[in-house]
Ligand binder design. Structure first.
Ligand code: ADP
Ligand code: MG
Length: 605
């Protein structure tokens, strides 16, 4: 019997291998652009005809290749980027498999012109279906130009498989954007069918995003900056109000390489939990830098998926970084409480004083211990907002600038009521003056946010303090409600309910959470149980969240409650000491700001 096994001819083997690397014109664009970046180019030009079908050409001013390297570049597994398997642990380049040029040359007509900087002459190579047609010295500028013509000319099935020019162009732009965002220190040009689509000079990451997506993006971005021993996360996330129905711009880069990760997507989405509804997508541009030894990028030929050695930590850091960024920079006008005597005069001539001694139930100072998380500190938030309007500038220089010190009231002044005019509207809203306008705080919602974060902390610690009742009271519950109370008894205790199961369906209330606005324990307990029933569908591991939220909702001061000036100040300070001050745990705004500009406009000034 004749032998059946034969080795495939090289060009056929190459074609098969090519299928993995080159699925469509966009794959070629990606590989060529990455090679230019790896070659330390500073300017890269991409020229396309018919969405890459007819021509994809990349020109760079990078290192170029020697004549010998130019020839071996097209061989499979030919790479200048790693020598040993161990090198993978320190890899910083985009490429390392040495497959791209060989694959592209297997299924297209490729022309290479390349010249090293210190050489007079360059090399020109024509290669078609893996066969070298021409090798010759040529005069060209330093760097490399690779032109890929008639993609898939010898693989008709693939060629037919291509989508419309519009669709293919969209894929190409995706690749182009990814690389352009990762490398704002390089200039890029894109010409399609003789029309210049982009011409981007070098700049900051923010500037690059604006170059790609338009001016309007400038005000939508919130800077992210977090450094730990393991890694660094920088970049931007979109303000929640600009989240879109359709998936827009969501970019993760690890050591400047674009990656996909549904795991990290989740970490970011989770940070927006209360801010963006589930069917809207915020945008993000996040750069993770970490030691290459902590990642494995070799799991997919196109290398958009990677493995983190310690993925849970990476998740936690990304989540925290975004969360913190959103908490700090979420609103537009800069907030501060500089005194404005003219306005004070308008409200009664003198500095407003605490006018209402009869506000017994709400005891803002009882919880002092829980109201100062590490940052932003209540004393520091004005400064945060002062900085916020100047996001583009270097934070460090700004902190020290005269402007920042002028905006920041001194600590003592910050505590003096008269220095920061506030007043209550309709027993519901607190108005406070800002340098650039004013803000209106919804007192009930603000308090809800404060209590929610406090409750969460109490639940984490597992020990609560309660205000002991003079006379323990008995509350009669339904069987279902009693079962629910039993279920969450430890948590209720953490949050300050001192409860005992009295026998039958009676619960004895010995003490109440210190800040309970509703003084009647029966009512408070009932309200809370009602809340919990609503939230029942939630996951079990969100139990703390649900309880803290339900409790905050039941305990918050209501609209209609008259507040003393000191209480208003206290409420605002504590609100801004929260991790996420601008929304209730349910996602509703806690405050609105108005700019002087808006007023001036309405008065037609
Ligand atoms: P890889 O990028 O994985 O090394 P490629 O097939 O993409 O494999 O490229 C093969 C080699 O050709 C690279 O290692 C590099 O030495 C060289 N090369 C490719 N493109 C360029 C370029 N634009 N400038 C300089 N050298 C290049
Ligand atoms: Mg490459």
């Amino acid at each position: 019997m004749a032998d059946l096994i034969r080795l495939l001819p090289d060009h056929v083997a190459n074609q098969i291998a090519a299928g993995e690397v080159v699925q469509r014109p966009a794959s070629v664009v990606k590989e060529l652009l990455e090679n230019s970046v790896d070659a330390q180019a500073s300017h890269i030009i991409l020229v396309l005809k018919d969405a890459g079908r007819t021509l994809i050409q990349v020109t760079d001013d990078g290192l170029g290749m020697s004549p010998a390297d130019a020839r071996s570049a097209f061989e499979r597994h030919a790479t200048s980027k790693i020598r040993l398997a161990d090198d993978l642990a320190t890899i910083r380049t985009k490429g390392f498999r040495g497959e791209a040029l060989a694959s592209i040359a297997a299924i297209a007509q490729v022309e290479l012109r390349t010249r090293e900087r210190d050489q007079e002459l360059g090399t020109r190579i024509l290669i078609e279906g893996s066969r070298i047609k021409v090798t010759e010295p040529t005069a060209c500028s330093p760097g490399t130009t690779i032109a890929v013509r008639s993609l898939f000319y010898n693989v008709p099935a693939r060629r037919q498989f291509l989508k419309s020019d519009g669709v293919e162009m969209k894929h190409i732009l995706d690749e182009f954007h990814r690389l352009a965002i990762a490398h704002p220190d390089l200039s890029f040009q894109l010409v399609h069918n003789d029309h210049e689509e982009y011409n981007m000079s070098t700049g900051s990451e923010r500037q690059r995003i604006v170059q790609l997506y338009g001016r309007k993006y400038d005000e939508r971005l919130v800077p992210v900056e977090e450094a730990t021993d393991l890694m660094e996360v920088t970049g931007f996330v979109g303000k929640p109000e600009f989240a879109k129905r359709s998936r827009g711009e969501q970019y993760f880069f690890v050591n400047r390489r674009f990656i996909r990760s549904s795991y990290l997507d989740h970490a970011v989405r989770k940070a927006y939990d209360e801010l963006v509804s589930r069917d809207n997508y915020p945008s993000w541009f996040l750069f993770i830098e970490l030691d290459p030894a902590h990642i494995d990028i070799n799991i997919h030929p196109t290398k958009t998926e990677i493995k983190f050695r310690d993925d849970r930590t990476v998740y936690a850091i990304v989540h925290a970084a975004v969360r913190r960024a959103l908490g700090r920079f979420n609103i537009v006008p800069s907030l501060d409480f500089e005194p404005e005597p003219a306005i004070l005069a308008a409200f009664g001539g003198d500095r407003p004083q605490a006018i209402s001694p009869a506000v017994p139930a709400w005891r803002p100072n009882d919880l002092g211990a829980f109201t100062a998380p590490p940052r932003p500190s209540p004393a520091g938030w004005q400064q945060l907002f002062a900085l916020q309007s100047d996001e583009g500038r270097d934070t460090e220089t700004l902190t020290e600038s005269d402007e920042a010190t002028r905006i920041m009231p001194s600590r003592e002044h910050a505590g003096t009521p008269g220095e920061r005019p506030v007043f209550q509207l309709h027993g519901t809203y607190i108005m406070a003056q800002l340098r650039s306008g004013f803000m209106v705080v919804d007192q009930q919602r603000a308090h809800e946010r404060i209590l929610y974060e406090r409750n969460l902390k109490l639940l984490e610690r597992g020990v609560g303090t309660s205000q002991t009742e003079l006379f323990p009271r008995h509350v009669e519950l339904s069987a279902a409600d009693l079962a629910m109370v039993e279920d969450v008894l430890p948590e209720l205790r953490s949050m300050g309910f001192d409860l005992e199961l009295f026998g039958g369906r009676t619960v004895q209330v010995n003490g109440m959470p210190a800040e309970a606005a509703e003084e009647d324990p029966t009512k408070l307990l009932e309200q809370l149980l009602e809340q919990l029933k609503h939230e029942k569908g939630d996951l079990r591991n969100e139990r703390h969240h649900v309880l803290a939220r339900g409790m905050a909702h039941s305990m918050a001061i209501r609209s209609g409650r008259v507040l003393a000036t000191s209480e208003m100040h206290d409420l605002i300070d504590r609100l801004f000491a929260c991790e996420m001050p601008y929304h209730t745990p349910g996602g509703k705004p806690t405050l609105i700001t108005y700019g002087l500009d808006d007023l001036n406009k309405r008065f037609e000034r």
